[in-house]
Design a protein around this ligand. Structure first.
Ligand SMILES: [Zn+2]
Length: 297
């Protein structure tokens, strides 16, 4: 692998130009005006995967934004790695908080690429595509590789489940490499082995049949906003435990060894606090910050 640095150096300008062209596509999944950009970004990914050396790639439709699928099978008896990434990005407003005129026009400053999508998730996905390209072009690929690049991650992947169900057979693999996780620090190589999910709920509290005058009704009728506030604040007790009955039934308990290993990761609570400008941290009693954000709900 000693020639990898040379390969990066020799191809650096091309890599950057290709990534920048992807970043320039404003593929904001939560704004319907960008429908065409979503397809453009998907097509760009298809082209990228094929140019990197895949045998096959397609832009596969869903009820929402398409999913890009590609593969290189060198030997069906070898392990298969599935690379997951997403080509959609978050909206860019408020625009005046950006330090550049156009969030979709990448700027290199202090050795970093600044633009919407540069780090979530076009940059990481691209890095894996280029690692794949390097392995293919230098005949060093030792496994099968499949790519699955979706376009609705930022809106909760509403159509990915169905697509995976429909494409179960070709999604068979041994490992999923998610190109969408973080690092402990820029100089600490990190492997994320699990991710937490999200739950969204909508609660509606209804009250009297009209606006009530405080002088006539105040103190005699419950105010829905107070009831709702009580409901929300009672979801977590004073020890940071979630109070919903049954909530912890499916929560995996990490072993003492796992917790010990997790806490060995170089993590500075002081730097963490400083980075977000808070004086104290808060969370479930009995767990460290790295556990609270990594293995606890
Ligand atoms: Zn992401």
């Amino acid at each position: 692998m000693s020639d990898i640095k040379k390969y990066i150096e020799e191809n650096k300008d091309r890599f950057l130009n290709e990534l920048f062209d992807l970043i320039r596509i404003p593929s904001i999944s939560s704004i319907s005006d960008h429908k065409e950009d979503m397809v453009r970004a998907a097509e760009y990914w298809k082209k990228t995967i094929l140019a990197a050396g895949a045998d096959y790639a397609e832009v596969s439709p869903t009820k929402g934004n398409p999913i890009v699928y590609g593969e290189k099978i060198i030997d069906p008896s070898l392990p298969t790695v599935i690379v997951y990434a997403h080509y959609d990005v978050m909206p860019v407003d408020p625009l005046d908080l950006w330090k550049q005129d156009d969030p979709f026009e990448p700027v290199i400053k202090d050795g970093k690429i600044w633009a919407r999508g540069a780090d979530d998730d076009k940059g990481q996905g691209f890095m894996h595509a280029k690692a794949f390209e390097y392995l293919v072009k230098t005949n060093q690929l030792k496994c099968n590789v499949k790519f699955m690049i979706e376009g609705e991650e930022e809106i909760g992947s509403p159509n990915m489940g169905e697509w995976c169900e429909q494409n179960k057979d070709r999604l068979k693999g041994d490992v999923i490499l998610v190109s969408d996780t973080g690092m402990i620090a820029a100089d600490v190589p990190s492997i994320t082995v699990g991710l937490r999910g999200l739950t969204y709920l909508q609660v509606e509290v209804t009250g009297p049949n009209r606006d009530l005058h405080s002088g006539l009704f105040g103190g005699a009728v419950a105010n829905p906003i107070n009831i709702l506030s009580n409901m929300i604040s009672s979801l977590i007790d004073e020890n940071g435990r979630i109070t919903v009955p049954g909530f912890y039934d499916d929560v995996l308990e990490s072993s003492a060894e796992e917790r010990e290993a997790l806490n060995k990761a170089p993590f500075s609570e002081d730097d963490y606090k400083k980075a977000i400008n808070v004086e104290a941290l808060h969370g479930e009693a009995g767990y460290t910050t790295i556990e609270r954000t990594g293995i606890r709900p």
